[in-house]
Structures are given as C-alpha cells and as structure tokens.
Design a protein around this ligand. Sequence first.
Ligand code: SAM
Length: 271
Amino acid sequence: MTYSDLKRYTESNRLAWNEVMPLHQRAASETLDKLFFQAGYVRLDDKEIGMLQQVGLKGKNVVHLCCNNGTELMSLKNLGAADCVGFDISDQAIQEASQRAARSRINCQFVRSDVYEIDRAFNNRFDIVYISAGCLGWLPDLELFFEKASALLRQGGLIFIHEIHPLAEMLPFDDDKQPVNLRIVEPYFKTEPYIDQGGLDYVGHSEYISTTTQYWFAHTLSDILMGLIKNHLLIEHFSEHETDISSGHRQVEEAKAGIPLSYILVGRNPG
Ligand SMILES: C[S@@+](CC[C@H](N)C(=O)[O-])C[C@H]1O[C@@H](n2cnc3c(N)ncnc32)[C@H](O)[C@@H]1O
C-alpha cells in the first residue's frame, strides 16, 4: 500500500469519527463528567487492571494510541501512571478529552494526530504504549503502526494491548430486536477493508447515514503477531478472554459459547 492510499483511508476515518463524536457526547458526556469528578475513578475492567498492576503502572510514562475521548488514559492516570499522553486522529474526540481532563483536574495531555504521523519529539519517551478496544482495525498497515509505536518506547518499555479478538470479527453483531443466531458471518482472512457509512454510534445507539466513508481492517492474529515480531518486540504475555470489549458482542458473551472475544498482549522493546 502506498502512503497516499494509507492517508486516504485514515483521513476518511478522521471525518467519520468527527461526525459520530457529537452523538457519543449527547449520550454520555454528562455521565462521564460526573464519574470523573469522583477522585480516583477508573473505567477499566478488573482483568486489565490486574495485568497492568502485574507489569507495573505506577510512576510509568504512558502513551495511549487511538485514545478517543480519553477516559481510559484518565483511568490510567488515576491508577498512578506518571506522564500521560493520548493521541487520536479525531479533532472532536481530542477536544472532548482535553476539556474533560481539565474539568476533572486530571493531568493528561491529548494531542490530535494520525498515529502514523506522531511528532518525533515524542520518541523514546514512554515506558508503556497502551492500545485498547477498537484501535487496530482502523489502521491500514499494522507493521508500520508497530514501528511507530515501538519508536515511542524507551529501551525496555512495554507495549500493552487489550483488544477485540480477531475471531470476534467473524461473528454477528448484537441485534436489539432478537437474540443473535450464533454463526460465522464473515471470513477470517479478508485483505480488503470493510467499507461503511454510519453505524459508529455504539454509545447512543442512534442510527444515521454518514456523509463520510469509514474503512475497517480485519487483521488476523498472525498479522498482529508478525507486526510485533518484525519490529523486534518480544511477546511476554498473551491471554485470550471470553469478555466482550467491543460493545457489539454482548449476546455472544452471554451465550457462554467458549469463544475468545478479547485478548491481552504485552510485548517489550528490548532496545
Ligand atoms: C473505537 S475508538 C477507541 C475507543 C476507546 N478504546 C475507548 O473505549 O474510548 C477508535 C478511535 O481510534 C481513532 N483512530 C482511528 N484511526 C486513527 C489513526 N489513524 N490515528 C489516530 N487515531 C485513530 C478514532 O478517531 C477513534 O477515536
């Protein structure tokens, strides 16, 4: 893929995220404000908190890539992280994150940037690169992404990924009107992106037809692992979980069908 193709995808996704953020804000901003006014509030699941504590978060400099409205990074700060910087391509998401952090007096820096174009001044500054639900699928080139992520780490730093499992991409999304019929609806191997208009309001659940087009890439587990391996990141932990962290597979999770819906991976930059 050429860099201009990559930018065509990411720029279109920027517009799609700018369009949906006001819908998310209408549905959740007031609640999020109230939650983060509580001292020490943390919006992460227990499994993830346990793993973060195991690798050591207190006093560490953390960068969150694809940070959206910043609630996860603010949670990491409340758990004891030191310098916290979040990057997201959406102007609207970064504005919301910056404003809420200021209102709740949580010291995080939020920067609007494509993850492929983060200013080199941030390189070698972080102990942990943090990646959470619904980031990797927006990224057209994983190998290049992990190269950029790795450059942000100081020697010995960690990449911490808590993501939607690639297998979940094959399953039907929740249906408000009827129970989902659990079956495979999409291929595992898919080189072309999913092209969609709308459907990003997983917070307020409103339906809309977008004027923008969004591109989502179904990366396989081997794409992810090879992206890390090719960038010399050493995998120190990998666990698969039946927990739905996508907000789209609750019904599959509740069916307790023994299907992995999320994973946690920790890799180290050996320097
Ligand atoms: C599903 S949201 C992440 C949600 C987040 N885990 C949370 O729970 O708040 C995905 C985010 O990735 C961002 N994003 C997509 N492509 C990006 C890119 N190329 N560079 C930076 N951010 C990007 C979007 O703007 C969006 O805010």
